[in-house]
Design a protein around this ligand. Structure first.
Ligand SMILES: Cc1ncc(COP(=O)(O)O)c(C=O)c1O
Length: 403
């Protein structure tokens, strides 16, 4: 938007800010847990001239993107790039790895782990679910030991609905391996935003989407497969045509292409984003940047009397889930942020609906954006005469800006 077109006058965001005495022609600032605000350099990639997906230019673009994806997945494994959102990536993984009636273990602690179980059921597999809001290592070990005939265990590394990170993936995968059980990881809302070492942690299948911590537009899912995962895929009846990983592997190995027409302009954007992440910022610094921003957000929100809903050991660095101070409902804060400041965040889902706010901390967020968010919330609180810890807030700001 900025500078190009005026928002429609009927646009609520535009009107309300004019009523306040300001004309604001600014792009929305997304603190939603994906998709994320994108730098111009990445958006511009989307308007490159169209190329054929059966051309040399495409093959160069695609191979370079896959090699870079391997670097952010921390793997030497094959990666299938699908034109789908994260949900498509999860469904594809399950369809390729599991035959009808095969058992898959799924600890459920949020909407996305619940969806994974529903996906497994719909494709005819047999999900065995452990529903526990804060599962510990022993709970998951027991689930494995009680079901050693399972084909796989699926862990949502970061369930975006409550904002929980399961930090003992490596131990889970080691335990599963003792029984020949594959470890499948839904890393849609965390890969690139926190440590995930696919090879070192021996993860068989890892799934992510383009639109979150990889700072890209929505439209692509990437799925890595270990040798063990491939052995299982090759033994499993081919149940899907569009998501058939064997076909993706053959096309990549023989031609550096995808079997079907991919979202080419999203690929351009993803490649540019990966260049920035890996070459300009550096992988470690990129992860560290997410951690620093998470620490800033938790501290600043605490100075505003918001309370994290997760105990520290489950707290996510990419989805900051908090309860606002009493007297202010999440809905009111979310609508004020949107209507007065053009800042978008998310509310709770299911049992958390109306109780929490979730701030996405994914991809590109500048210090200016962080300050805008926190000061906007502070203003809303002050208007309501809700106390905030101003000195604490100032020192949190100082820590952000002074290295
Ligand atoms: C953990 C997790 N898994 C899967 C998905 C589904 O991704 P998509 O919306 O891209 O289909 C999401 C989306 O937020 C997610 O957070």
């Amino acid at each position: 938007m900025a500078g190009d077109t005026l928002p429609e006058e009927k646009d609520k965001y535009f009107r309300s800010t004019v009523e306040m005495g300001f004309l604001m022609i600014e792009e929305p600032l997304l603190f939603t847990p994906g998709p994320v605000t994108l730098p111009k350099a990445i958006l511009r990639e989307m308007s490159k001239p169209m190329i054929s997906h059966r051309s040399k230019d495409f093959r160069e673009l695609f191979e370079d993107t896959v090699l870079r994806l391997q670097q952010v997945f921390k793997t030497k494994n094959d990666i299938a790039v699908l034109t789908a959102s994260g949900t498509g990536g999860v469904e594809a993984a399950l369809l390729n790895v599991l035959d009808v009636d095969e058992k898959i273990l799924i600890p459920v602690y949020g909407v996305f782990s619940k969806r994974a179980a529903e996906t497994a059921k719909r494709i005819g597999a047999r999900p065995v679910v452990l529903s526990k809001s804060l599962p510990n290592k022993e709970d998951i070990f027991r689930l494995i030991e009680d079901n050693v005939d399972a084909t796989a265990i699926l862990i949502v590394y970061n369930d975006t609905s409550p904002g929980i990170t399961i930090r003992f993936l490596k131990d889970i995968s080691r335990k599963a391996k003792e029984y020949g059980i594959l470890t499948i990881v839904d890393a849609v809302s965390i890969l690139g935003g926190d440590v995930l070492l696919t090879d070192e942690w021996d993860l068989d299948v890892v799934i992510t989407g383009s639109q979150k911590c990889l700072m890209s537009p929505p439209g692509l899912a990437a799925v890595s497969l270990s040798e063990r995962a491939w052995e299982k895929v090759l033994k499993t009846p081919r149940r899907t045509f569009y998501f058939d990983f064997i076909r993706y592997k053959e096309y990549y190995e023989k031609r550096k292409e995808t079997p079907f027409t991919p979202a080419i302009n999203v690929l351009h954007a993803l490649r540019k984003a990966l260049e920035i992440i890996l070459d300009v910022v550096g992988y470690r610094a990129w992860i560290e940047m997410h951690r620093r921003r998470a620490s800033f957000l938790y501290s600043a929100l605490s100075a505003l009397n918001f309370k994290p809903i997760m105990p520290p050991e489950y707290r996510s660095n990419t989805v900051i889930s908090v309860k606002p101070p009493e007297r202010l409902s999440p809905e009111e804060i979310l609508s004020r942020l949107k209507n007065d400041y053009g800042i978008y965040a998310a509310g709770g889902l299911e049992e958390w609906k109306g109780k929490i706010i979730r701030f996405g901390n994914m991809g590109y967020i500048s210090p200016r954006s962080l300050l805008s968010l926190i000061l906007s919330i502070a203003t809303i609180l002050m208007e309501k005469e809700i106390p905030l810890k101003l000195e604490e807030l100032i020192s949190v700001f100082e820590n952000l800006l002074v290295k």
